[in-house]
Design a binder for this molecule. Structure first.
Ligand SMILES: NC(=O)C1=CN([C@@H]2O[C@H](COP(=O)(O)OP(=O)(O)OC[C@H]3O[C@@H](n4cnc5c(N)ncnc54)[C@H](OP(=O)(O)O)[C@@H]3O)[C@@H](O)[C@H]2O)C=CC1
Ligand SMILES: O=C(O)[C@@H]1CCC=N1
Length: 274
């Protein structure tokens, strides 16, 4: 534990809550985490659960932070940066927002150069997240290590050299848990339509995802080979995959992820303007 690392969160919503759950009392003491959010109920929950300090708006407490995590929606980022600007000096600014580019954050923060852009995901809540991250030139080695430690407290990290790759990361792993839940929902629906109970469908679909993901993680073989092993010639899996091919499921998934990446880029253009 780095008991002295002081982290401030601007925005105490879903993703910030997931990160704080992994950090408080583990990477740093809860009392070293400060959360700013206008919602009193959300702040009270975080105080009670993790022992963090809170405030309804940005104030001098931000100047004492080593790392300021920007965890508001992309649409809110420019206003937040304007409120934050007078309190920024040597802190590392760590953004988790989709779309918003480091160059825009830097401009809004008076040319601040220590910025890490990240894209985490909600399995961070149970320490199983994965985060794509990229650092600007002004980030020191110790700040980079601190950013990595923060995101590793809730899962794995993947560093990128090129900021434009954050949009594809957002499409794959940032939004990815939603596609998995969507696929599980479809399997649950099919199970029920074929006569299984909701509980049975739920259990079968979720355990299948967990088991297949663990198998893919632990296997040295490509997933395409793992898929082929399930697919007996002329059997049931073959029937299902042939039906999916005929419906263009893979093309639809590829198209959907490209739409997510395009939306990430668009969010940056839409909400990164002056
Ligand atoms: N959810 C996810 O799976 C992921 C989200 N992200 C990114 O994380 C960021 C947050 O997303 P998420 O947690 O889902 O969103 P939430 O809406 O749950 O959280 C944002 C919080 O910020 C608060 N807020 C608004 N304005 C301010 C302000 N001026 N000062 C302080 N707090 C403020 C909001 O309050 P109010 O509701 O009143 O506006 C809200 O509580 C987004 O930029 C998103 O792109 C990244 C990866 C995954
Ligand atoms: O949907 C979104 O815009 C955010 C970013 C990735 C996951 N949720």
């Amino acid at each position: 534990m780095q008991p002295e690392l002081k982290i401030a969160f601007i925005g105490g919503g879903n993703m910030a809550g997931a990160l704080i759950g992994g950090l408080a009392g583990k990477l740093t003491a809860g009392a070293n985490i400060h959360v700013v959010d206008p919602n009193a109920d959300a702040l009270r929950r975080l105080e009670t659960q993790f022992g963090v300090t809170t405030a309804p708006q940005i104030d001098d407490a931000l100047a004492r932070a080593d790392v300021v995590v920007l965890s508001v929606k992309p649409q809110q980022m420019k206003d937040v940066a304007a409120q934050l600007k007078p309190h920024v000096a040597s802190q590392l600014i760590l953004s988790i927002a989709a779309g918003i580019r480091a160059v825009d954050l830097s401009r809004w923060l008076n040319g601040h150069r220590a910025i890490v852009r990240t894209m985490p995901n909600t399995p961070a809540l149970i320490g199983q997240g994965i985060t794509g991250m990229v650092a600007t030139d002004g980030v020191s080695d110790s700040q980079r290590a601190a950013a990595d430690a923060i995101l590793r407290a809730v899962g794995k990290t993947v560093w990128l050299d090129d900021e434009t790759l954050i949009d594809p990361v957002t499409a794959v792993s940032g939004s990815g848990p939603a596609y998995v839940f969507y696929f599980i929902e479809a399997m649950q629906q099919a199970a029920q339509e074929m006569g299984l109970s909701a509980e049975q469908g739920n259990q079968l679909a979720i355990a299948t995802f967990t088991g297949a993901a663990q198998l893919a993680t632990q296997s040295d073989e490509p997933v395409s080979l793992l898929r082929e092993r399930v697919t007996s010639k002329g059997g049931t899996t073959y029937a299902a995959l042939t039906s999916m091919e005929a419906s263009g499921v893979k093309e639809a998934i590829v198209k959907a992820l490209k739409a997510a990446a395009a939306r990430g880029k668009e969010l940056g253009e839409e909400f990164g303007r002056d």
